[in-house]
Design a protein around this ligand. Sequence first.
Ligand SMILES: Nc1ncnc2c1ncn2[C@@H]1O[C@H](COP(=O)(O)OP(=O)(O)OP(=O)(O)O)[C@@H](O)[C@H]1O
Ligand SMILES: [Mg+2]
Length: 356
Amino acid sequence: MSKQYQQDNLIGQSNALLEVLEHVSKVAPLSKPVLIIGERGTGKELIAERLHYLSARWDQSFIKLNCSSLSENLLESELFGHESGAFTGAKGKHEGRFERADGGTLFLDELANTSGLIQEKLLRVIEYGEFERVGGSKTVQSDVRLICAANEDLPALAETGEFRADLLDRLAFDVITLPPLRSRTEDIMPLAEHFAISMARQLGLEYFGGFGAIAIEQLMMHDWPGNIRELKNVVERSVYREGSEGQEIDHIILDPFASPYRPLSRIKTRERQVRPVEPVMDKPELDVGKNETTIVQNSLEFPINFKEYTENAEVTLLQRALAEGQYNQKKTADLLGLSYHQLRGILKKYNLLDKS
Ligand SMILES: Nc1ncnc2c1ncn2[C@@H]1O[C@H](COP(=O)(O)OP(=O)(O)OP(=O)(O)O)[C@@H](O)[C@H]1O
Ligand SMILES: [Mg+2]
Protein backbone atom coordinates (compact mmCIF):
# COMPACT_ATOMS: atom_id res chain seq x y z
CA MET A 1 0.00 0.00 0.00
CA SER A 2 1.51 3.32 -1.00
CA LYS A 3 1.55 6.54 0.99
CA GLN A 4 -0.61 8.18 -1.67
CA TYR A 5 -3.26 5.48 -1.29
CA GLN A 6 -3.36 6.05 2.43
CA GLN A 7 -3.77 9.77 1.99
CA ASP A 8 -6.63 9.37 -0.49
CA ASN A 9 -8.32 6.94 1.80
CA LEU A 10 -8.71 9.33 4.73
CA ILE A 11 -11.64 11.65 4.17
CA GLY A 12 -12.35 14.78 6.18
CA GLN A 13 -11.67 18.48 6.24
CA SER A 14 -12.65 19.50 9.77
CA ASN A 15 -10.07 21.33 11.83
CA ALA A 16 -10.27 18.60 14.45
CA LEU A 17 -9.26 15.97 11.89
CA LEU A 18 -6.62 18.14 10.22
CA GLU A 19 -5.01 18.71 13.61
CA VAL A 20 -4.91 14.97 14.20
CA LEU A 21 -3.34 14.39 10.78
CA GLU A 22 -0.70 17.00 11.49
CA HIS A 23 0.03 15.32 14.80
CA VAL A 24 0.29 11.96 13.00
CA SER A 25 2.76 13.30 10.43
CA LYS A 26 4.90 14.73 13.19
CA VAL A 27 5.14 11.60 15.33
CA ALA A 28 5.15 9.04 12.46
CA PRO A 29 8.91 9.19 11.65
CA LEU A 30 9.95 8.46 15.24
CA SER A 31 10.32 4.86 16.31
CA LYS A 32 8.61 5.60 19.64
CA PRO A 33 5.40 3.96 20.89
CA VAL A 34 2.19 5.83 20.18
CA LEU A 35 -1.16 5.39 21.84
CA ILE A 36 -4.34 6.04 19.87
CA ILE A 37 -7.43 6.76 21.93
CA GLY A 38 -10.89 7.15 20.50
CA GLU A 39 -14.47 5.98 20.66
CA ARG A 40 -15.44 2.93 18.61
CA GLY A 41 -15.42 3.49 14.87
CA THR A 42 -13.45 6.74 14.93
CA GLY A 43 -10.69 5.43 12.66
CA LYS A 44 -8.05 4.22 15.12
CA GLU A 45 -6.92 1.42 12.86
CA LEU A 46 -6.73 3.74 9.87
CA ILE A 47 -4.58 6.16 11.86
CA ALA A 48 -2.31 3.33 13.02
CA GLU A 49 -1.78 2.32 9.37
CA ARG A 50 -1.05 5.91 8.45
CA LEU A 51 1.56 6.15 11.22
CA HIS A 52 3.24 3.08 9.79
CA TYR A 53 3.13 4.16 6.12
CA LEU A 54 4.47 7.62 6.97
CA SER A 55 7.39 6.16 8.92
CA ALA A 56 10.75 4.92 7.67
CA ARG A 57 9.42 1.40 8.31
CA TRP A 58 6.72 1.74 5.63
CA ASP A 59 8.19 -1.02 3.44
CA GLN A 60 8.44 -3.46 6.36
CA SER A 61 5.64 -5.45 7.97
CA PHE A 62 2.62 -3.85 9.56
CA ILE A 63 1.22 -6.51 11.90
CA LYS A 64 -2.03 -6.16 13.84
CA LEU A 65 -3.51 -7.99 16.78
CA ASN A 66 -6.77 -7.42 18.58
CA CYS A 67 -5.96 -8.15 22.22
CA SER A 68 -9.52 -8.31 23.49
CA SER A 69 -10.52 -11.30 21.39
CA LEU A 70 -8.10 -13.84 22.87
CA SER A 71 -7.70 -15.58 26.21
CA GLU A 72 -4.57 -14.75 28.22
CA ASN A 73 -2.73 -17.92 27.11
CA LEU A 74 -3.55 -17.54 23.46
CA LEU A 75 -2.68 -13.85 23.51
CA GLU A 76 0.66 -14.63 25.12
CA SER A 77 1.57 -17.15 22.44
CA GLU A 78 0.21 -14.93 19.63
CA LEU A 79 2.36 -12.03 20.86
CA PHE A 80 5.53 -13.81 21.81
CA GLY A 81 5.27 -17.15 20.00
CA HIS A 82 5.82 -20.56 21.52
CA GLU A 83 8.27 -23.42 21.34
CA SER A 84 7.26 -26.86 20.19
CA GLY A 85 5.35 -28.66 22.98
CA ALA A 86 5.05 -25.53 25.15
CA PHE A 87 1.48 -26.57 26.00
CA THR A 88 -1.03 -29.22 24.95
CA GLY A 89 -1.66 -28.78 21.26
CA ALA A 90 1.42 -26.63 20.65
CA LYS A 91 2.67 -28.43 17.58
CA GLY A 92 5.94 -27.08 16.27
CA LYS A 93 7.52 -23.70 16.88
CA HIS A 94 5.26 -20.70 16.40
CA GLU A 95 6.53 -17.21 15.64
CA GLY A 96 4.73 -14.51 17.59
CA ARG A 97 3.66 -11.12 16.29
CA PHE A 98 6.68 -9.44 17.84
CA GLU A 99 8.96 -11.62 15.75
CA ARG A 100 6.89 -11.24 12.60
CA ALA A 101 6.85 -7.46 12.97
CA ASP A 102 10.65 -7.26 13.37
CA GLY A 103 11.86 -4.12 11.59
CA GLY A 104 8.26 -2.94 11.14
CA THR A 105 5.26 -1.88 13.20
CA LEU A 106 3.06 -3.85 15.57
CA PHE A 107 -0.43 -2.52 16.15
CA LEU A 108 -2.09 -3.79 19.33
CA ASP A 109 -5.76 -2.98 19.32
CA GLU A 110 -8.06 -2.91 22.36
CA LEU A 111 -5.27 -3.16 24.83
CA ALA A 112 -7.16 -1.92 27.91
CA ASN A 113 -8.27 -5.27 29.31
CA THR A 114 -5.08 -7.31 28.98
CA SER A 115 -3.98 -9.29 32.04
CA GLY A 116 -1.18 -8.44 34.46
CA LEU A 117 1.05 -11.16 32.96
CA ILE A 118 0.71 -9.78 29.43
CA GLN A 119 1.26 -6.24 30.62
CA GLU A 120 4.41 -7.32 32.44
CA LYS A 121 5.80 -9.04 29.34
CA LEU A 122 4.95 -6.02 27.20
CA LEU A 123 6.75 -3.76 29.62
CA ARG A 124 9.86 -5.91 29.31
CA VAL A 125 9.84 -6.06 25.56
CA ILE A 126 9.45 -2.27 25.32
CA GLU A 127 12.20 -1.70 27.83
CA TYR A 128 14.77 -4.18 26.52
CA GLY A 129 13.54 -5.14 23.03
CA GLU A 130 13.70 -8.83 23.98
CA PHE A 131 11.49 -11.65 25.20
CA GLU A 132 11.24 -15.42 25.40
CA ARG A 133 8.81 -17.56 23.46
CA VAL A 134 6.27 -19.41 25.62
CA GLY A 135 7.90 -22.64 26.84
CA GLY A 136 11.36 -21.48 25.76
CA SER A 137 14.39 -20.07 27.50
CA LYS A 138 16.18 -18.58 24.51
CA THR A 139 16.00 -14.79 24.38
CA VAL A 140 14.62 -13.40 21.15
CA GLN A 141 15.41 -9.86 19.99
CA SER A 142 12.95 -7.79 18.06
CA ASP A 143 13.01 -4.24 16.74
CA VAL A 144 9.38 -3.24 16.67
CA ARG A 145 7.58 0.08 16.64
CA LEU A 146 4.57 -0.34 18.88
CA ILE A 147 1.26 1.39 18.24
CA CYS A 148 -1.55 0.65 20.64
CA ALA A 149 -5.21 1.60 20.63
CA ALA A 150 -7.91 1.72 23.25
CA ASN A 151 -11.38 3.13 23.49
CA GLU A 152 -11.22 3.36 27.25
CA ASP A 153 -9.77 5.94 29.57
CA LEU A 154 -6.41 4.30 30.27
CA PRO A 155 -5.18 6.87 32.82
CA ALA A 156 -8.36 6.23 34.85
CA LEU A 157 -7.72 2.47 34.65
CA ALA A 158 -4.13 3.06 35.75
CA GLU A 159 -5.36 5.05 38.73
CA THR A 160 -7.59 2.22 39.90
CA GLY A 161 -4.78 -0.30 39.33
CA GLU A 162 -6.52 -2.07 36.44
CA PHE A 163 -3.76 -1.09 34.02
CA ARG A 164 -0.05 -0.85 34.87
CA ALA A 165 0.86 2.79 35.23
CA ASP A 166 4.52 2.11 34.29
CA LEU A 167 3.41 0.38 31.07
CA LEU A 168 1.07 3.25 30.27
CA ASP A 169 3.95 5.71 30.69
CA ARG A 170 6.04 3.80 28.18
CA LEU A 171 3.26 3.22 25.67
CA ALA A 172 2.24 6.82 25.76
CA PHE A 173 5.34 8.52 24.44
CA ASP A 174 2.69 10.40 22.53
CA VAL A 175 -1.08 10.07 22.53
CA ILE A 176 -3.35 10.74 19.59
CA THR A 177 -6.96 11.25 20.57
CA LEU A 178 -9.47 10.91 17.75
CA PRO A 179 -12.46 13.25 17.85
CA PRO A 180 -15.89 11.59 17.59
CA LEU A 181 -17.89 12.33 14.45
CA ARG A 182 -20.48 14.40 16.34
CA SER A 183 -17.78 16.96 17.16
CA ARG A 184 -16.67 17.27 13.51
CA THR A 185 -19.97 17.55 11.69
CA GLU A 186 -18.29 19.16 8.63
CA ASP A 187 -16.91 15.70 7.88
CA ILE A 188 -20.30 13.96 7.78
CA MET A 189 -21.29 14.83 4.20
CA PRO A 190 -17.87 14.33 2.54
CA LEU A 191 -17.64 10.93 4.25
CA ALA A 192 -21.23 10.04 3.33
CA GLU A 193 -20.61 10.95 -0.33
CA HIS A 194 -17.39 8.94 -0.34
CA PHE A 195 -19.08 5.81 1.07
CA ALA A 196 -22.12 6.26 -1.19
CA ILE A 197 -19.99 6.55 -4.33
CA SER A 198 -17.97 3.47 -3.52
CA MET A 199 -21.15 1.51 -2.68
CA ALA A 200 -22.77 2.61 -5.96
CA ARG A 201 -19.65 1.40 -7.75
CA GLN A 202 -19.85 -1.96 -5.96
CA LEU A 203 -23.48 -2.26 -7.03
CA GLY A 204 -22.47 -1.61 -10.62
CA LEU A 205 -24.41 1.69 -10.81
CA GLU A 206 -23.04 4.15 -13.33
CA TYR A 207 -23.13 7.03 -10.88
CA PHE A 208 -24.49 7.99 -7.49
CA GLY A 209 -27.53 10.29 -7.69
CA GLY A 210 -26.78 12.29 -4.52
CA PHE A 211 -28.68 12.78 -1.27
CA GLY A 212 -32.01 14.60 -1.06
CA ALA A 213 -32.71 17.39 1.46
CA ILE A 214 -34.35 15.12 4.02
CA ALA A 215 -31.58 12.55 3.79
CA ILE A 216 -28.99 15.28 4.35
CA GLU A 217 -30.90 16.57 7.33
CA GLN A 218 -31.11 13.06 8.80
CA LEU A 219 -27.37 12.55 8.32
CA MET A 220 -26.51 15.91 9.84
CA MET A 221 -28.84 15.53 12.82
CA HIS A 222 -27.91 12.02 13.87
CA ASP A 223 -25.60 11.66 16.87
CA TRP A 224 -23.39 8.87 15.39
CA PRO A 225 -22.57 6.94 18.56
CA GLY A 226 -20.81 4.36 16.34
CA ASN A 227 -18.95 7.15 14.54
CA ILE A 228 -17.55 6.61 11.03
CA ARG A 229 -18.17 2.89 10.97
CA GLU A 230 -21.84 3.54 11.73
CA LEU A 231 -22.02 6.25 9.05
CA LYS A 232 -20.47 3.88 6.53
CA ASN A 233 -22.99 1.13 7.31
CA VAL A 234 -25.94 3.50 7.26
CA VAL A 235 -24.94 5.06 3.92
CA GLU A 236 -24.14 1.74 2.27
CA ARG A 237 -27.46 0.31 3.44
CA SER A 238 -29.39 3.31 2.13
CA VAL A 239 -27.65 3.22 -1.24
CA TYR A 240 -28.24 -0.47 -1.70
CA ARG A 241 -31.87 -0.36 -0.57
CA GLU A 242 -33.00 2.93 -2.11
CA GLY A 243 -30.51 3.94 -4.76
CA SER A 244 -31.19 2.89 -8.30
CA GLU A 245 -29.46 4.32 -11.39
CA GLY A 246 -29.06 8.08 -10.94
CA GLN A 247 -31.80 8.20 -8.31
CA GLU A 248 -31.48 10.62 -5.37
CA ILE A 249 -31.53 9.04 -1.90
CA ASP A 250 -34.62 10.50 -0.19
CA HIS A 251 -34.48 8.77 3.18
CA ILE A 252 -31.67 7.39 5.21
CA ILE A 253 -32.34 4.10 6.96
CA LEU A 254 -30.68 4.85 10.27
CA ASP A 255 -32.00 1.82 12.09
CA PRO A 256 -32.15 -1.48 10.19
CA PHE A 257 -34.21 -2.95 13.05
CA ALA A 258 -36.98 -0.38 12.59
CA SER A 259 -40.14 -2.36 11.88
CA PRO A 260 -43.69 -2.19 13.14
CA TYR A 261 -43.25 -5.88 14.02
CA ARG A 262 -40.16 -5.42 16.14
CA PRO A 263 -40.65 -7.13 19.53
CA LEU A 264 -40.78 -4.69 22.46
CA SER A 265 -37.70 -4.59 24.63
CA ARG A 266 -38.39 -5.77 28.14
CA ILE A 267 -35.33 -4.01 29.51
CA LYS A 268 -36.39 -0.70 28.03
CA THR A 269 -39.89 -0.95 29.49
CA ARG A 270 -38.51 -1.76 32.92
CA GLU A 271 -35.96 1.04 32.77
CA ARG A 272 -38.62 3.55 31.94
CA GLN A 273 -40.64 2.58 34.98
CA VAL A 274 -37.84 3.42 37.39
CA ARG A 275 -36.49 6.39 35.45
CA PRO A 276 -39.44 8.52 34.41
CA VAL A 277 -37.49 11.51 33.14
CA GLU A 278 -34.17 11.17 31.31
CA PRO A 279 -31.52 13.89 31.22
CA VAL A 280 -31.53 15.66 27.91
CA MET A 281 -29.52 14.80 24.76
CA ASP A 282 -28.43 16.71 21.65
CA LYS A 283 -31.41 15.75 19.66
CA PRO A 284 -34.72 14.26 20.59
CA GLU A 285 -35.22 10.60 20.01
CA LEU A 286 -38.60 9.02 19.66
CA ASP A 287 -39.05 6.10 21.96
CA VAL A 288 -41.67 3.86 20.48
CA GLY A 289 -41.60 1.12 23.09
CA LYS A 290 -44.84 2.01 24.87
CA ASN A 291 -48.32 3.28 24.20
CA GLU A 292 -47.70 6.86 25.14
CA THR A 293 -45.18 8.70 22.99
CA THR A 294 -42.13 9.75 24.96
CA ILE A 295 -39.34 12.01 23.80
CA VAL A 296 -36.19 10.84 25.55
CA GLN A 297 -33.52 13.49 25.77
CA ASN A 298 -30.10 14.03 27.33
CA SER A 299 -27.12 16.46 27.52
CA LEU A 300 -28.45 19.67 25.98
CA GLU A 301 -26.07 22.52 25.46
CA PHE A 302 -27.44 26.05 25.79
CA PRO A 303 -27.93 28.53 24.19
CA ILE A 304 -30.43 26.78 21.94
CA ASN A 305 -32.58 28.23 19.21
CA PHE A 306 -35.98 27.09 20.51
CA LYS A 307 -37.78 27.34 17.19
CA GLU A 308 -35.11 25.50 15.23
CA TYR A 309 -34.76 22.84 17.92
CA THR A 310 -38.46 22.07 18.18
CA GLU A 311 -38.84 22.10 14.40
CA ASN A 312 -35.97 19.64 14.07
CA ALA A 313 -37.56 17.49 16.75
CA GLU A 314 -40.85 17.51 14.81
CA VAL A 315 -39.12 16.57 11.55
CA THR A 316 -37.27 13.69 13.23
CA LEU A 317 -40.49 12.51 14.83
CA LEU A 318 -42.32 12.66 11.51
CA GLN A 319 -39.55 10.79 9.72
CA ARG A 320 -39.46 8.05 12.30
CA ALA A 321 -43.24 7.72 12.33
CA LEU A 322 -43.31 7.65 8.51
CA ALA A 323 -40.72 4.89 8.46
CA GLU A 324 -42.60 3.02 11.18
CA GLY A 325 -45.83 3.39 9.21
CA GLN A 326 -44.08 2.31 6.01
CA TYR A 327 -44.80 5.73 4.47
CA ASN A 328 -48.52 5.12 4.61
CA GLN A 329 -50.01 8.44 5.76
CA LYS A 330 -53.07 6.90 7.41
CA LYS A 331 -50.92 4.51 9.45
CA THR A 332 -48.48 7.33 10.29
CA ALA A 333 -51.30 9.59 11.45
CA ASP A 334 -52.56 6.79 13.72
CA LEU A 335 -49.08 6.29 15.13
CA LEU A 336 -48.95 9.97 16.05
CA GLY A 337 -52.51 10.28 17.36
CA LEU A 338 -53.33 12.77 14.56
CA SER A 339 -56.11 12.83 12.04
CA TYR A 340 -55.12 12.16 8.42
CA HIS A 341 -55.71 15.83 7.56
CA GLN A 342 -53.75 17.10 10.56
CA LEU A 343 -50.80 14.93 9.52
CA ARG A 344 -50.96 16.15 5.93
CA GLY A 345 -50.99 19.74 7.17
CA ILE A 346 -47.85 19.17 9.23
CA LEU A 347 -46.09 17.25 6.43
CA LYS A 348 -46.90 20.12 4.10
CA LYS A 349 -45.42 22.64 6.55
CA TYR A 350 -42.13 20.77 6.46
CA ASN A 351 -42.23 20.06 2.77
CA LEU A 352 -42.40 16.34 3.44
CA LEU A 353 -45.59 15.69 1.56
CA ASP A 354 -44.22 14.46 -1.73
CA LYS A 355 -41.57 12.41 0.06
CA SER A 356 -44.05 10.25 1.94
N1 LIG B 1 -11.38 9.67 7.92
C1 LIG B 1 -11.85 8.57 7.35
N2 LIG B 1 -12.05 8.52 6.02
C2 LIG B 1 -12.56 7.41 5.44
N3 LIG B 1 -12.90 6.30 6.11
C3 LIG B 1 -12.72 6.28 7.43
C4 LIG B 1 -12.17 7.41 8.12
N4 LIG B 1 -12.09 7.09 9.44
C5 LIG B 1 -12.57 5.84 9.56
N5 LIG B 1 -12.94 5.34 8.37
C6 LIG B 1 -13.55 4.02 8.11
O1 LIG B 1 -14.45 3.76 9.19
C7 LIG B 1 -14.37 2.40 9.62
C8 LIG B 1 -13.93 2.35 11.06
O2 LIG B 1 -12.57 2.76 11.18
P1 LIG B 1 -11.53 1.96 12.12
O3 LIG B 1 -11.74 0.49 12.00
O4 LIG B 1 -10.18 2.50 11.83
O5 LIG B 1 -12.09 2.47 13.52
P2 LIG B 1 -11.66 2.03 14.99
O6 LIG B 1 -11.55 3.27 15.77
O7 LIG B 1 -10.48 1.12 14.91
O8 LIG B 1 -12.95 1.24 15.46
P3 LIG B 1 -13.09 0.16 16.66
O9 LIG B 1 -12.86 0.88 17.95
O10 LIG B 1 -14.53 -0.27 16.52
O11 LIG B 1 -12.10 -0.92 16.38
C9 LIG B 1 -13.39 1.73 8.66
O12 LIG B 1 -14.13 1.15 7.62
C10 LIG B 1 -12.54 2.87 8.16
O13 LIG B 1 -12.02 2.60 6.88
MG1 LIG C 1 -10.32 -0.91 15.52
